[in-house]
Design a protein around this ligand. Structure first.
Ligand SMILES: Cc1cc2nc3c(=O)[nH]c(=O)nc-3n(C[C@H](O)[C@H](O)[C@H](O)COP(=O)(O)OP(=O)(O)OC[C@H]3O[C@@H](n4cnc5c(N)ncnc54)[C@H](O)[C@@H]3O)c2cc1C
Length: 132
C-alpha cells in the first residue's frame, strides 16, 4: 500500500546540510520533507566536528553542543603549525547532539522528517524546465 504526500521541497539526507536547509525552508513557511535513510538522524557520524564559533552562532546552536578551543595545531609528516588564540574562535562540536538539535528545530518549524527512508527514484525534469 502506498501513501501520497505533497511538499514544496523534499530534502534528501539528514546531515548538517539537509537539516539546516530544512530548518531554513520551514522557517520561511515552505512545506518541507526531510528524508534520511538511516534509523535516526546522526546515527552515523562522518566528521571530527571541528568548526568556527562564528558559524555555530549563525545557526543559533546552543552552547552545550560544543567545546571552544583556543590552542590547536595542524600536523603533517614534515611540518607543524600551532595557533594560540586569547579568545577561542574554533570549537569541537558534539556532532550527534548538534545534528539532532538542527533536525529538531526543523521539525518544530514544521518540517516532516522521515527516517529509514531512502530516495531511490530520480525525478525527470522536462528539457524546457532545465533550460530556463
Ligand atoms: C573523517 C572526516 C572528518 C571530518 N572532519 C570535519 C571537521 O572536523 N570539520 C568539518 O567542518 N568537516 C569535517 N568533515 C566534513 C564533514 O563531515 C562534511 O562536510 C559534512 O558531513 C557534510 O554534510 P552533509 O549534510 O552535506 O552530508 P552528510 O553529513 O554526509 O549527510 C548526508 C546524509 O544523507 C543521508 N543519505 C544519503 N543518501 C541518501 C538517500 N538516497 N536517501 C536518504 N538519505 C540519504 C546519509 O545517511 C546522511 O545522513 C569531515 C569528514 C570526514 C569524512
Amino acid at each position: 500500500m502506498s501513501e501520497e504526500f505533497q511538499y514544496d521541497i523534499v530534502i534528501v539526507g539528514g546531515g548538517p546540510a539537509g537539516s539546516s536547509a530544512a530548518l531554513t525552508a520551514a522557517k520561511k513557511g515552505m512545506k518541507v520533507a526531510l528524508l534520511e535513510k538511516e534509523n535516526s538522524i546522526a546515527e552515523t557520524v562522518r566528521t571530527s566536528g571541528v568548526t568556527w564559533i562564528q558559524n555555530i552562532k549563525e545557526f543559533g546552536i546552543p552552547d552545550d553542543c560544543f567545546n571552544p578551543i583556543s590552542n590547536f595545531s595542524f600536523c603533517s609528516p614534515n611540518n607543524e603549525v600551532s595557533i594560540k588564540d586569547s579568545i577561542p574562535r574554533a570549537a569541537v562540536l558534539d556532532v550527534r547532539k548538534t545534528y539532532r538539535w538542527l533536525s529538531n528545530e526543523a521539525q518544530k518549524a514544521g518540517a516532516d522528517i522521515f527516517v529509514k527512508t531512502t530516495l531511490k527514484i530520480l525525478l525527470k525534469m522536462k528539457k524546457a524546465t532545465l533550460q530556463e
